[in-house]
Ligand binder design. Structure first.
Ligand code: SAM
Ligand code: SF4
Length: 393
């Protein structure tokens, strides 16, 4: 961890993550919670001493990472309470940020040497980068068939949606936790709900789609809006996705008791709609997807997804690999280890050299929630030093 992100207030955060600790201390894992060390497709090609020397991003538990998330900047124009502190966030210096060409090269290696199948651009807030259209155009030129999506708060998207679409962006996830201006201002510490709504309108007009709406639910703040958010999303043709609040906030004030659990979100939605599991299934996607029907209707009105990282974890099926805005590979959102891909690139490594550094990093991917320890209900869970905005969600 570099000094830029060392947080002087860091302290271990003891939480119970999604599993039941028995009296003996043994832990009953949710069925999908953690992978067993097992053979998997490609595992026979692995040397007993370490990572494979060719092929994709295989880890010690047989998972293969094909879903690439690249953060292009750590800065943001909002200050969501579950993500960033109100102030005092240390920014990466410009020289440590990946340049347009460096991002392009890293994505090319991931796709063409390591088998990445999809890319999500994230941050911080990707729209804060003025060269975002150039980044996407370069990636698109190298990888004509790659699905490229972006997670954004949509502030300023109204002026850039068409250019981003023209550059090659395919899909969009927009973070929007509330439809009330006052709650928005409280939650994001900025009065910009109207800008987000204008961004969404422009994205739809530009033909970016599908558009998913991400909402993190906070007890006592926006948890009364579950049904109205679903209604609004379904009416407007968006897929609503609820994300359980994770211990990755800048204020270090997360508590397990404040998490609105996936099962409670489902129950609340079912007071107004009927939910049926999406027949397309979930695959390795983080969201469990449901078809939404209005009362008394047989036609599907829309879809929702629930990302239950805390109470119903899905680490066993994880296919994600992340690169931070300063070019560090993180094999897990909750990792305490990072691998400096950008320095390797700047030192002159060729594509195969970069690919091998990445394979080695992913081979060491922890089993679940940043650790190899069996059981996710570890009382000694320690929140990573980087917050969500500095990792790239
Ligand atoms: N700024 C962009 C945005 O907000 O969409 C992209 C970066 S943001 C870090 C990516 C996603 O992470 C957002 O959907 C946000 O809601 C989510 N997020 C941030 N902090 C979180 C937390 N503590 N728990 C769960 N999700 C979180
Ligand atoms: Fe910014 Fe996104 Fe974090 Fe909100 S969730 S503070 S918009 S990076």
């Amino acid at each position: 961890m570099d000094a830029e992100h060392a947080n002087p207030t860091r302290r271990p955060v003891a939480v119970a993550l999604g599993a039941t600790v028995t009296a003996s201390g043994a832990t009953a894992l949710p069925a999908t919670g953690a992978p067993a060390p097992a053979t998997a497709p490609g595992a026979t090609a692995v040397a007993s001493t370490g990572a494979p020397q060719s092929g994709g991003l295989l880890d010690r538990f047989g998972r293969v990472a094909t879903d690439l998330r690249v953060s292009v900047i750590d800065k943001c124009n909002l200050r969501c309470t579950y993500c960033m502190p109100a102030d005092g966030m240390p920014w990466l210096p410009q020289t440590q940020l990946m340049s347009t060409d460096e991002i392009r090269r890293i994505v090319r290696v991931a796709v063409q040497s390591l088998g990445a199948e999809e890319l999500r651009i994230t941050g911080g807030e990707p729209l804060v980068r003025k060269d975002l259209e150039f980044i996407i155009a370069g990636i698109r030129e190298d990888n004509p068939d790659l699905p490229i999506s972006m997670t954004t708060n949509a502030v300023g998207l109204d002026r850039r949606a068409q250019a981003l679409k023209d550059a090659g962006l395919t899909r969009l996830n927009v973070s929007l936790d509330t439809l009330h201006p006052e709650t928005f201002a409280e939650l994001t510490r900025r009065p910009h709900l109207d800008k987000v709504l204008a961004g969404l309108q422009a994205a739809r007009a530009a033909g970016l789609g599908p558009i998913k709406i991400n909402a993190v639910l906070l007890r006592g703040i926006n948890d009364t809006e579950i049904v109205s958010l679903v209604d609004w999303a379904v009416t407007n043709g968006f897929e609503m996705r609820f994300i359980e609040d994770m211990p990755l906030d800048g204020d270090r004030s997360w508590t397990a008791t404040n998490v609105i659990a996936a099962r409670d979100i489902r129950s609340e939605i079912e007071t107004a709609f009927s939910l049926t599991p999406d027949p397309r299934g979930r695959g390795a996607a983080p969201a469990e997807r449901w078809e939404v029907r209005r009362p008394g209707e047989t036609a599907v009105a829309g879809h929702i997804g629930i990302i239950s990282s805390v109470t119903e974890p899905f680490c066993a099926a994880c296919t994600r690999t992340r690169v931070t805005a300063d070019g560090k590979v993180r094999s897990c959102l909750f990792s305490h280890e990072e691998t400096d891909l950008l320095s390797t690139l700047r030192a002159g490594a060729d594509d195969e050299g970069l690919a091998q550094v990445w394979r080695d990093a992913m081979w060491a991917k922890p089993r679940a929630h940043g650790s190899d320890r069996v059981g996710l209900a570890r009382a000694d869970f320690v929140q990573p030093e980087r917050t969500m905005s500095a990792i790239g969600g």
